[in-house]
Design a protein around this ligand. Structure first.
Ligand SMILES: Nc1ncnc2c1ncn2[C@@H]1O[C@H](COP(=O)(O)OP(=O)(O)OP(=O)(O)O)[C@@H](O)[C@H]1O
Length: 362
């Protein structure tokens, strides 16, 4: 049982405070219609509402400038909201203009630049977060985190003497060291090579499940969000345009932007579905001719008996290839195949099922 050196907290209350409020309810962060403008023509976040639940991961995907960092800062109590509110288990999270020291003790934000203390070791950086706890617990917790974050071999080095991935893992270890209720991460996977991305993804998943932290991370690349998040949000121009389970957002994107932000996609006018061999009656009954629809590449198959086209390009992706097929002067589509014998210029046939076509808003 951990017991920090500050007075006033009974041990039971402290133990509860790691996972729940004083009534024993698990921590939940809610944002209700929060908005932030920097000037009359720059509104970075517009009426965003979301809930972060214990042990669950929410990923927010948005292009550069879509308001991700501003949103994180408001959720962490590091920026004032103009309108709306952020609450942790019903209690308002104050902004910097309401308190002397900005930030909430139960909410941690890991920045893109890691913000490690440059002149102390990796171990001491993590230790700092649990400096108020008694020595035995403190040492044990740091050892545990060094092990889980695979930092044991570099623990006595300074931040400048370790790799980007090791710095990122140190920043995460430091942020979760005293088991905050909420962990917010700004682009945790950027600037990292694939092995490090996978390591951090697995590490986060593990830490959040284990400590029942409510987690939100923002990214401009949906690949990681799709694989780790329980809920996926799409942010555009400060607005949350879609929020739901990753599989739903991926297969039923609300808008063209949501479709493009979540992976490779074919976006067509409904009238061009005729070139894909879909029945004319079904198309005219379901869509206006110029309505936009989308079709993921994996839902188009190569099939000799299908609609004829010519391969324009083949992009090798390791486990599969993405193949661009021209079907007419106006219509080309991308499809996925595990075949390695497909070459540019080759005539092929393709097949699509009508159920995999999804209508989009512009
Ligand atoms: N301090 C500020 N003053 C004025 N405008 C700002 C300020 N901070 C951010 N902005 C503007 O608000 C908008 C959202 O910025 P924000 O940094 O939140 O986006 P982001 O999605 O995190 O971008 P990136 O992925 O490039 O980091 C942008 O148009 C940005 O130029």
């Amino acid at each position: 049982m951990p017991s920090p050196n500050w007075g006033g907290h009974g041990q039971l209350q402290l133990a509860l405070s790691f996972y729940a409020d004083s009534l024993g309810r698990p921590y939940m962060l809610t944002a209700t219609k929060i908005t932030k403008a920097f000037s009359h023509d720059v509104t970075a976040v517009r009426a965003v509402s979301l809930t972060l639940e214990p042990g669950r991961i929410t990923g927010l995907v948005g292009a550069s400038g879509s308001g991700k960092s501003t949103l994180l800062n408001m959720l962490a109590g590091l920026a004032d909201v103009d309108t709306g509110e952020v609450r942790l288990n019903g209690e308002r999270v104050p902004g910097p203009s309401d308190v002397l020291v900005a930030g909430h003790p139960q909410i941690r934000l890991v920045h893109q630049e890691y913000q490690l203390m440059p002149n102390v070791t990796i171990r001491e950086n993590i230790m700092y977060a649990v400096r108020f706890f008694e020595r035995t617990y403190r040492e044990g917790r740091v050892d545990e985190l060094l092990k889980r974050c695979r930092l044991i071999d570099v623990q006595h080095r300074l931040p400048r003497q370790v790799s980007g991935g090791e710095k990122q893992r140190t920043a995460i270890a430091r942020a979760v060291a005293d088991k905050p209720a909420v962990l917010l991460l700004d682009e945790p996977f950027s600037h990292l090579d694939l092995p490090n991305r996978l390591l951090i993804r697995d590490l986060l998943f593990d830490l959040i499940q284990y400590d029942k932290t409510a987690c939100l991370f923002v990214t401009h690349d949906a690949t990681d969000a799709l694989s780790i998040a329980d809920t996926l949000g799409i942010l555009r121009d400060g607005r949350l345009v879609q929020l739901g389970p990753p599989a739903v957002v991926y297969s039923q994107p609300a808008t063209v932007y949501a479709a493009r932000m979540t992976g490779s996609v074919n976006i067509l006018k409904a009238k061009h579905l005729l070139s894909l061999g879909l029945p004319a009656q079904q198309i005219t009954e379901s869509y206006q001719p110029d309505a936009l629809v989308c079709l993921r590449p994996e839902h188009i198959q190569l099939d000799e008996a299908g609609v004829a086209g010519i391969v324009k390009a083949v992009f090798f992706k390791g486990s599969h290839s993405e193949v661009e097929v021209e079907l007419s002067r106006y219509v080309s589509v991308r499809l996925l195949t595990t075949r390695h014998d497909v070459k540019a210029g080759q005539p092929v046939g393709i097949r699509v099922s009508a159920e995999s076509v999804w209508p989009l808003k512009a």
